[in-house]
Write a protein that binds this ligand. Sequence first.
Ligand SMILES: Nc1ncnc2c1ncn2[C@@H]1O[C@H](COP(=O)(O)OP(=O)(O)OP(=O)(O)O)[C@@H](O)[C@H]1O
Length: 508
Amino acid sequence: MSKSFGSVPVLKEIDLDLLPGEVHGLVGENGSGKSTLVKIIGGLHSPDPGAHLSLWGRELSFPLTQPQSHGIAIIHQDLALEDTMTVAENVGISSGYGTATFGAYRKRREQRAAAALIEELGLRMSPTAIVATLPPAERSMVAIMRALRLQRLSGASQCLLILDEPTAALTQEESQRLLTMVRGLAAAGAAVLFIGHRLHEVMSVCDRLSVLRSGRLVSTLDTSQTTDAEVVELMLGYELGEFYPERHTPSTSEVALSVRDLSATSVSGVSFEVHRGEILGITGLAGMGQDELPYLVYGSAKRSAGEVVVGEREIANDVLAAQAAGVALVPGNRQRDAVWMEGSAQENLTIPFLSSFHSGGMLRKRRERTFSADQLRRFGVRPHLPGQEMRRFSGGNQQKIVLARWLHTEPDVLLLHEPTQGVDAGAKKELFHLIREAADRGTGVVIFSSDIEEVVNMCHRVIVLRHGVVSAILGQHQLTEQRIISESQGQRAADSAVRTPGRLEESS
Ligand SMILES: Nc1ncnc2c1ncn2[C@@H]1O[C@H](COP(=O)(O)OP(=O)(O)OP(=O)(O)O)[C@@H](O)[C@H]1O
């Protein structure tokens, strides 16, 4: 299978076999063509002439219509759930709720169908829960149930399940649940294609994996016969070397950001300080408050109590006030909160400081273009096309553009919510170095992340949240993945966390 967009080849003569009962990984750098392959199998794109796709021994023709009727169930990167509707309504929606045209919507039957899937997959959720209230992992599960329902209603007896980065937004614990479920579906006979950037997950859940590099399938391997380092080298075409940058001790104890007794529905009495040049990590299990905290600090979510102080100034519960004080936020939900999909990469890059390209009452377009081209090159964005619409970049490259935008503003305080979500290993390394450089220039950086390995290796200190309160503050010498996991689960919280009013000392 090959695919070009215009004259740009994106997939080049891909040969891939999946077996029933197997979980098969598909890995590759951002922009290497993984989602394009999925979209062709899902009927959203047509391949170049000459491609063959055969399923359970039957040759299919392109463009593929109604892939579910062939037993294909796909969960795309964007889950496309209807947040205001219930689990049962979302599960049935793409199948027309199993009714004939103009048939009545049978609420009870839909709820029974969703409840049966929930039970089959060993989940704990109510069919009547509103999707907006669910944590990220359960949202992914709803998307999987919806794809399975659609595939089963079509009458196809066999299932090819394709998951495009299903764990990108999940905590370690949530991912584990989803991976167990994926293995269960394979054990029941499904063929599963699993795309992911978290290599340890891909290696743990997959039997075999295929590596794409610049649109070419360079190798298919047994996961038991290879190592993470070998796979990364196949993906990038070179050895990655030391992944995390060296941690320098901040040269000043000046406080960049001070958060005092911050409360809202999800957090209670949270206090912490970040010094200039310091990288602070904030982590915890799913739903413990670390996903809301960046927005409360930034002022885009409503605080019920507490103070946020930048330098000497208290910042109102207002985004513009935070920005004026030198605070920047890179949000976790890039597509919803950070990207103008119809705008070009250049427009998305320069929008917060467009005025800096004005002189004499005119926008100096050449200057803006040169700047954007430099930034795309520096951040390794591919393709290197400042004028290309944002929606035509792969997910990971969109993330690099968002980071490039805010790092350029050289903020006093940089809040990063899941900064490397969906970013490949090579780009991750580059981003870590850029974050490190920002800290070395004096920015106070806070990384809100569910990726424990990332916070252990990048941060000077890490705060662990439990049920919305600070349960531990760990200094650099205390940072191990095991320690963070046990603090997150509260195994040490009772005896090691020393609380004083509004402040918590480092755990011993
Ligand atoms: N509709 C489109 N028009 C033009 N180019 C596109 C379009 N969709 C994708 N591309 C390009 O095709 C290439 C492959 O993109 P794709 O989304 O398949 O990559 P990916 O491997 O899934 O990346 P990521 O890991 O970042 O999600 C990229 O260079 C992207 O810019």
